[in-house]
Every structure is written in C-alpha cells, then in structure tokens.
Design a protein around this ligand. Sequence first.
Ligand code: ARG
Length: 569
Amino acid sequence: MQKIKEIIAKKITEIISNTGYKTDEDEILSFIDIPVDSKMGDLALPCFKLARIMRSAPPKIALELKESIGELPFIKRVEAVGGYLNFFVDAFYYKELLDRILFDADYGRSEVGRGKVVCLDFSSCNIAKRFHVGHIGSTTIGNALRNIYAFCGYKCVAINHLGDWGTNFGKMIAAYKLYSRKEKVDERGINELVDIYVRFNDEEKKNNALSDMARNAFTKLENGDEEYLEIWQYFKDISIKEYNKTYELLGISFDSYNGEAFFSDKIPGVIEELRQKNLLEKDNGAFIVRLEDYNLTNTVVLKSDGSSLYVARDIAAAIWRKKEYDFDKCIYVTSAGQSLHFAQCFKIVELMGYEWSKNLVHVPYGTMSINGEKLASRTGNVIHLDDLLAESISKCEKIIEEKNAELKDKKSVARAVGVGAIIFNALANSRIKDTNFVWEEALSFEGNTGPYVQYTYARSSSVLRKAGMDSVDDVKTAYPDLSSEEITLVKKLSEFPAAVNRALEENEPSVIARYTLALCSDFNQFYHNCPILRSEGAARAFRLKLTKCVRKVLGVSLDLLGMKRTEEI
Ligand code: ARG
C-alpha cells in the first residue's frame, strides 16, 4: 500500500500548497493510516492533523480536499466522512500487488545493510555447565536477528562469546583433580563436570582449604600452566561437542567461538590503556573506573589479587572485534539482568575515546518461567534445553500419530515442529516481556503457536500440490470482484516488507512472529470462506496465485524466525 500512500501524499501536498499553505510531503505521508474497519476505506487521512496547517475545521478540510482531488491512479472512490478523507482502492491494484509479490524473488528483502557489517554476540553459554533453558532467549532471538540482518543485506558475524574463563574454572580444575578423572568425564560428559562442581561447592563451605586450592588453580591457569590449560581445554571441547548437538537441532551455527578466555591475555593492554587515559583508580587494592557522574555505579575492572573480571573481558572483546571485523554495529543479546553490565562496559569504551561505542547495542530480554515457575539453579528448578527439545519432539510425535498416522517421514516432521514450537514460543512476545512456557499452549495447533504457523504453511503447500504447483504462475487473471477475505489477505501480504523493516529497526523478532500469526489467521479465514480448488476459471486462478504468495511469504517468515518449513504435517 506504500505506493498508493505516496501517490495520495503527493496529491494532497500539491493541493495544500496551491491554496497557499506550507506543508511537507513526508509529514502528510506519515498521517495516512489503514482504517481498522475497511468500510471506512482502505486508506484514510485524518484531517484533524491538518487543522493546524490549514487553519480550518477537520470536516471542512476533508470536504475541500475531496472536491479538489480529481482522479488518482488505483483509487476508485474518495469519501469525506466527518473529519476523515477515506480512499477506496481499486481491485486492479491488489492484482498488481500480487504479481509483484509472486515475481519479485527478493520480496521483503531490503538493501539497508549493503556493505555493512554487524556482529551478533548471542547464545554465549557457560562451558562445563549444561545448556540451561535460560539461554534459549539469547539463542533464538540472536539467531532470528542474524537472519533478519542478513535478509536486509548486512554481512553478519555470529559470535558465541563462551563463558569459559573466570575464578570458577579454578574450582572446576581443583574439583576434577580431587574427585574425578578423564575416563569418568569421557563417559558422563558435562554431567560429571556439573556433579563435581556442586560437590566442591558443598565441601568448600566446610573446608576453607578448598577455597585456597581453587584460587591457586585459577592463578596457575591465568599464568599459562600447561597441565591446567590442557584440562581447561578438555572441558571446553567436551562442552562444545555437547552444545553442538543442540545447535544442530536448532539449525544454528557460529562464525566464532572466541569467548572470555580468548580475551584474557588482552586484559593487561586494556588496563594499561585505561591507566594512560586517566580512567583507572585504586580502590581498596582493586582497580575501578568511576562512573557515578554518568548515573552508573563505579565498576571494578581488576580485582585486588590481579585477576580480571567479566566487564574487563568485554571491554577487550569490543576493541578487538572492532579491529577484526570493523563492524557498523555490535549487538549483544542477553537477559535484562545484564543491562547494567553493558551500560557500564559501553560507557567505559566511550570514555576511552572510541566514538564507535555508540554502535554497541545491548538487546535484552525478559525471564522465562515454565508452568508458572521461575527457573533458578538455586531452587533446583533447572531445565536443560536439550531435555526440553527432546520432550517437545516426542510430544509432537504423539500428536502427529493421532492427527495424521499416514504421514511419511513422521520423525523428521515431529522434529521440525517440536523444535519450532520452542523457538516460536520464545519469539512470539516482545522480547522484554517475561514469558511463561506451558506445554499445552506451546504445542497447540490452534493457538498462537509454532505448530499453528507450520501447519498453515503445510496447508498452503498442500493446496498447491493438489493443484499442480507450477501451473499457477502463468495464469492471466481477469477476476473482477475480490471478496473481503481476499482483499484482507493481499493487504496483509503487502505489509511484509514493513514488518521486516520494523523488526530490524527495533531488534525485535516478535514483529515477524506476530506478523506471521496475522498472516496465518487471514489465510485461514480465506481458506474457510473462499473455495480454492473447487472454484473455477479466473477465481480459481486468482486464489491459487494468492495461496502461492502466502506460501512464499510464510516460508520466508519461518526462515527468518529460524524455524523449518514443513510441506506436510
Ligand atoms: N556467558 C554469559 C551468560 O551466560 C553471556 C555472555 C554475553 N556476551 C558478552 N559479551 N558478555 O550470562
């Protein structure tokens, strides 16, 4: 509809300037809305917004504009109702729009990112721990953003900033030496590492000597002790191997696994730079950067025992990434709990004089509960992502068995839908909102869910399959009158590029998720009210073409969200 909006805005601007008032075409364009009720037209100009410019009452302005507007392309009728000028779009326009959607291989794509680089730091889990469900937000939002940025022409660098450094690795190594050995870890993987870590923490409460052991072990590690580094590397390899199974299931890969450890040897350089730039202060033996003037708490960058901190590793990482990738934007997707951390980190980079600090963007998200219960390792309510995915897949297998026992390849469909349900659930609401995961809701084929979207996509595929998909393109349609369901659906399809754009600007995949739901709902209305395969001639051709466009846009939407297309369910 953008094209028509522009035509109208141009004409209105012309009329207003002819009457001697000053106005701006972009401003007029921004006033034009799509009325909720299509009886009020397909587009409307609320004239009270012009009252200031034209110094007159809105109903009078509407009438005057209607008198002077004359013929406009694609507009079959203009009405002045109260303070509104309502425009009714010609069916011909919708047909043309449909052709554009169908034949434009890049429909919805934009070029805003051409020649630009964006780094996306997401998922970033902590090694030697299992993939906690708390990371699902970062993993799914980050991956969807990466797809959206790539779709808009950006070169994307997906970074898994592994949590693989810090004093807890001193504990891990000490625990390993005390309670475990390689064969056990080989056999039990991360579970063994988690168990010995928990045991170490318990025993440390009774025995101070363990704390000293842990501290010494970390110092050895930081000083590059070969044996210790080897153990640490072993933990890391085991962890990545395990995470990769989950990433594979989710269809996610990374360009870099340079995590916290990678930056540990770059800390002294950063500390020296902070010192030279007069940003470093000694405080009780530790080193801090003062940020109270900026409404932020002062930030410790180096502990009194000389060991570095999370924030220092992030400062080093930002500087390194800028040098390595020369990014135009660097995005960090983490829970909102880390908002202060990133505010401090970005401020320090700014104070160091790096003007590109303004291109560091924290993208926070809310917490996820399961069946109303908050997830916390302390209360024991820990759910692991691989378990959650496995359960979802097996539940989907049962549902599919009941719904469509004949289906070929049930296993891989269950996999696509089970995983899709979890992804969609994590992406469906504004990311900052806290979400609650409920099995019955997430797996329903009727609610606002992943299975519903994938099922609708499969439905569109099935219609086209039955019609003989390829015969659809070349039908010349002269179908004169469109039903309201058809018009609503074409209009919804035409909103896709704007949805992509908004998702990009707001770093908000939920915009695509919600758009997808709306498209599914409009398609299902159409499907139930307008016979497709049973209709004839031009109507049949038009409806098949419409179905083909829906399948195309739904397919791209699923790709952007990081979900699999399912041709049959
Ligand atoms: N490992 C961290 C966590 O699990 C997230 C890291 C996010 N990225 C970063 N550059 N700090 O909470």
